[in-house]
Design a protein around this ligand. Sequence first.
Ligand SMILES: Cc1cc2nc3c(=O)[nH]c(=O)nc-3n(C[C@H](O)[C@H](O)[C@H](O)COP(=O)(O)O)c2cc1C
Length: 332
Amino acid sequence: MDDLPELIPGFTSFRIQSVPVSSPLILAPMDGYSDAPFRSVTRRLGSALSYTEFINALDVTGNAPNYQKRCEFSEMERPVVFQLFDEDPSRMIRAAEKLYQKWAPDIMDINMGCSVRHVTNRGAGAGLLRHPEKVAATIEGLVKTLPIPVTLKIRLGWDEQSKNYLEIGKIAQESGASAIALHARTREQLFSDAVDLDAIALLKQNLAIPVIGNGDIRTLADARRMIDYTKCDAVMIGRAAISNPWIFAGYDPSNVPNDLFRATVRDHLAKMKEFYGTERGCVIFRKYAKMYLQKRSIPADQIRPILMLNDPDRFSKSFLDLIENEKEKPIE
Ligand SMILES: Cc1cc2nc3c(=O)[nH]c(=O)nc-3n(C[C@H](O)[C@H](O)[C@H](O)COP(=O)(O)O)c2cc1C
């Protein structure tokens, strides 16, 4: 971990129970994005915790073949947070115990904020916010079962009429949760409307455990604003980090040094090939490549044909040549 960056001036570290968290900037869990290679990239740049993509407790207890890829991580990522989702507290507890025994993550997190229909329809994700008794049973059971901190990630509530984040926060704290992350929108809002910074501030005022604010942070200035305004302990950055993982090192897209840009992108592609195998790694990497190139000065007509190359070796070579030969500064 020696090569991890220094803390950005003005930011402070904090703890989730016994786990030290070196900075208040954290990559948000994102299904389809926060896999081991991307987490390693962001962790090296300064993201202070590594949350897995959400893991379906049903897959864990039912020994489904594919979930284990979501659990793999490299030691440099620690502290690692495993995130589970389900609607059934006892199954979640069984799954968490099994995951802990096999993988020994540092923190276990429960997803109570996912707004996707196939998750909420079964009462999981933000669906749990409609059942405070399940929130209590899940957290209490996990705290009794696991020797590591238990945390949760929520939204403001199901809809405008049933905003219960404060009630859920208090229940979670009383049940033994060690931190809570709040995406400050309701499930009904999905990703629309402005995030409610006052709600994050109110949650922070009312709880003793660390509060992690989340929603719409695009720049380092946004992160500072959320922390200054709400006094939250940390912020989670999701979508903006996909195109700008350098935000964790203190850079906005317009000022990422070219050498750092190239080194990071090269490293990410190499890690993808190692983790998924060359062919699959290159295919999955394309969605990141597209985002990385969005804010650069390379013309779209040079990017498009490369992203369409099927052969992994040709894709890798052409893509790396493209970024090595970029002459101009990034676009503001
Ligand atoms: C593609 C995608 C996948 C997501 N997957 C998860 C997930 O697995 N677990 C979770 O708690 N939140 C998930 N989220 C929500 C994010 O963690 C975060 O709360 C949300 O994107 C708001 O933050 P942002 O405005 O910084 O993106 C996902 C969001 C996106 C865009």
